[in-house]
Each structure stands twice: as structure tokens, then as C-alpha cells.
Design a protein around this ligand. Structure first.
Ligand code: UD1
Length: 350
């Protein structure tokens, strides 16, 4: 069986690494790894490949940044051409980025079966580019690998139940695997100069970074917490901040960090403040309360007992959320058993 994996952005490298490890250990499967080039800076791309032992991409399409239509259009064209050349049995796509959408459309137009890892997520907010990408990708895919029961229900509601398989979350598999590595070699992955107590922040959603009022409100909130905040900056966020904002004195900014450093930062933090989907879960898996700087979350399983608090971008609400007591109840085990990747492989083979 020849499988083409299409990825392009940071969180997809993490998810694909887990599945690639399993695929490559199975003799009957040949994986061809395609990087669209959506993320291209060293810290956004190569660093993940080396840290996560992902094979060097067989193809790097080098598409880079651009408007949504330009980026997606160029990807569809380039992926389509290589699919005709390679003629795989399956195309594997991940998550909800423009690379996901492009892989889904290019393959389905050529009648090549598509399998979507992390299918069925819904924010029900169509102003997010990711929501459009997910919905379209799910509806043209032949196999939908749902990470949670909520995702299964969402897919059922849209008439997609026959193609749906509940597998658990590959990001949970990943955290279990790498947490152990970090604990075994703490020094290697600990970033020096960190305060003893800090909140870890990440902000990269277009809805937050590209709206000057929201970005300003987020900075006001960070300042108002009065706590030390460690904030690795996505390149776009850095650009937007440079254009119009001063960084408050309690906030330490840095370049984007690799996956293992990020997990280590979560493990050392008091709480996490983020608009990332992946980090909401990583905080949950690692036992840290998360304050989500968005109006909604797809990961509703994380909301129980205030493990995740959806605070929006209102400074008072964010500050109030950071002052909430940390949950002491255990986080529920609703993201699978740590073997999602093996389940995905066995469904593909079947
Ligand atoms: C993309 C995904 C988002 C995911 C995120 C993970 C879409 C629509 N969004 O958002 O779902 O959560 O990846 O990080 O696909 N840039 C650089 N260097 C890079 C990459 C980006 O400077 O290596 C800058 C460019 O100015 C670019 C901007 O960041 O225009 C945005 O990058 P883009 O690929 O459009 O999406 P992300 O915001 O990273």
C-alpha cells in the first residue's frame, strides 16, 4: 500500500510524526512524505523534522505564505501533479490548515481515497479559515478518523457516520511518548533563564493577531495579570506587535520554540494562555489549567472542572480566569488510550 502524507504547518508535523513512525514499522506500507512548504522558517519547520525524527520530506513544494486563495490554489496544483505521478492508494491529511484543504481537494478530484486524521472537529464559527477547511475536508474524505466522541457526533450530524472511525487523539499518543523523553533528559529541554513561576502564552490565530483592538486587549490582559508571562511568538504575531504595540514589562517574548521545548514549557508553567487548539489539549494532558483566548473551543472535553476556561479577548475576563483556582480533580481520559496511530493504521489496512 502506497500512502501519501500531506502536511505543511507545525501541528501537522507533530501529528504526522506519530503516524509515520507506525506506518514505517509496517512492512506492507510505503509512505511518501509531502511538505507543502506552508511553514518554512527553521523554527516553524526543520526544527520539528529533526526533533521528531520525521523522515526528510520526499517532496517539498515550497509554496510558502500568501493569501488563502493563492496559497491553497498553488498547493492544489502542485499536489495534483505529484499525485498523478505517484498514484498512491491513499492520501493522508491532518487537521484543518490550508495544506489539509489542498490535499483533500487535489486527491478527491483525482478519485484517490482520502483519509482525514482529526476529523469531525467543529467550532461552529465559519469566520475561522480552519472551520471551512475542516468541513470541506471531512465531506470529500473517504475515511474520517475522529479523535473524540464529540467529533463522532458532529460527523454523524452531517451524515458522515458510515465513513467515521473513532481512534483517539494522535496528539495524546505524542504527549505520552515525548513527555517520557523530556523527563529522562530534563536539562536538555529546559529553557534557561525562566522565572520559577510563570504563565505560558501563545497567540497566533488570524482573528486575534490581525484585529488591532483584540491584540491590544490581549496585551492589556497579559499586563493586568501581574504575573510573569513567557510568550514564544509566531512570526505573524511578532510582525503585528512590532507594528503597533509595546510589550509589557512582565512579559518575556522569544522566538518560536520546538515541540519538545514547548511541552517542557507547559510542564514548568503554572497555567497556559492560548488561542491554539493543540496547546489547549497539551495543557490538559500535562495537567495544567488552560485559559483559551477565543470565543469558543472545539475541544469541549477539556472544559470540565475548569481545566479549560474559554475567556475570549476581554481583558477583565482573561485576568479573572488566570486568578481561578487550579483544578484538583483529575482530568478525564477522553482522548483515547495512547494508541490512536496503531488504530489508524489497522483501519487503513482493512
Ligand atoms: C496555520 C493554520 C492554523 C494553524 C497554524 C499553526 C491555516 C489557515 N492556518 O496558521 O490553523 O493553527 O498554522 O501554526 O492554514 N510565517 C512566517 N514563517 C513561516 C510561516 C508563516 O513568517 O514559516 C508568517 C507569514 O507572514 C505568514 C503568516 O505567518 O503570512 C501566517 O502563516 P500561514 O501559513 O498563513 O498560517 P498560520 O497563521 O501559521
Amino acid at each position: 500500500m502506497k500512502i501519501i502524507t500531506v502536511v505543511g504547518a507545525r501541528p501537522q508535523f507533530v501529528k504526522a510524526a506519530v503516524i509515520s513512525r507506525v506506518l514505517r514499522s509496517y512492512v506492507g506500507v510505503h509512505e511518501v512524505f509531502v511538505h507543502t512548504g506552508q511553514h518554512y522558517d527553521h523554527n516553524m519547520s526543520d526544527l520539528f523534522f529533526s526533533e521528531l525524527d520525521i523522515p526528510h520530506p520526499d517532496y517539498n513544494l515550497g509554496i510558502g505564505s500568501g493569501s488563502h486563495s493563492q496559497q491553497t490554489g498553488l498547493m492544489i496544483q502542485a499536489i495534483g501533479e505529484l499525485l498523478e505521478k505517484e498514484s498512491p492508494d491513499f492520501v493522508l491529511i491532518y487537521g484543518d490548515t490550508n495544506s489539509t484543504l489542498a490535499g483533500a481537494l487535489a486527491a478527491s478530484k483525482l478519485h484517490i481515497p482520502v483519509a482525514h486524521v482529526e476529523a469531525g472537529l467543529r467550532s461552529f464559527n465559519r469566520s475561522m479559515p480552519e472551520e471551512l477547511n475542516r468541513v470541506v475536508a471531512d465531506h470529500v474524505s473517504d475515511l474520517l478518523f475522529a479523535p473524540t466522541q464529540t467529533a463522532v457526533i458532529n460527523l454523524k450530524r452531517e451524515g458522515l457516520e458510515p465513513n467515521t472511525r473513532l481512534t483517539g487523539d494522535v496528539m495524546f499518543d505524542s504527549v505520552l511518548f515525548y513527555r517520557k523523553r523530556i523527563l529522562e533528559d530534563k536539562e536538555k529541554y529546559t529553557i534557561s533563564g525562566l522565572p520559577e513561576h510563570y504563565l505560558l502564552a501563545t497567540i497566533h490565530r488570524a482573528g486575534n493577531t490581525d484585529d488591532p483592538l483584540k491584540l491590544h486587549a490581549i496585551l492589556k490582559a497579559f499586563e493586568g495579570t501581574g504575573q510573569k508571562i513567557v510568550w514564544p511568538l509566531h512570526p505573524r504575531t511578532r510582525k503585528m506587535l512590532q507594528e503597533r504595540e509595546n510589550i509589557p514589562g512582565n512579559v518575556m517574548i522569544s522566538e518560536p520554540v520546538g515541540y519538545l521545548e514547548m511541552l517542557s514549557l507547559v510542564m514548568g508553567s503554572d497555567k497556559v494562555l492560548t488561542d491554539s487548539g493543540g496547546l489547549q489539549k497539551e495543557a490538559y494532558f500535562l495537567g495544567k489549567q488552560c485559559i483559551t483566548i477565543r470565543e469558543e473551543t472545539e475541544w469541549v472535553e477539556t472544559l470540565h472542572d475548569n481545566w479549560n476556561v474559554v475567556a475570549g479577548t476581554n481583558p477583565e475576563q482573561i485576568i479573572r480566569a488566570t486568578a481561578l483556582p487550579h483544578p484538583s480533580a483529575p482530568a478525564k481520559d477522553t482522548f483515547g488510550d495512547g494508541h490512536a496511530a496503531e488504530k489508524i493504521l489497522s483501519f487503513l489496512i482493512r
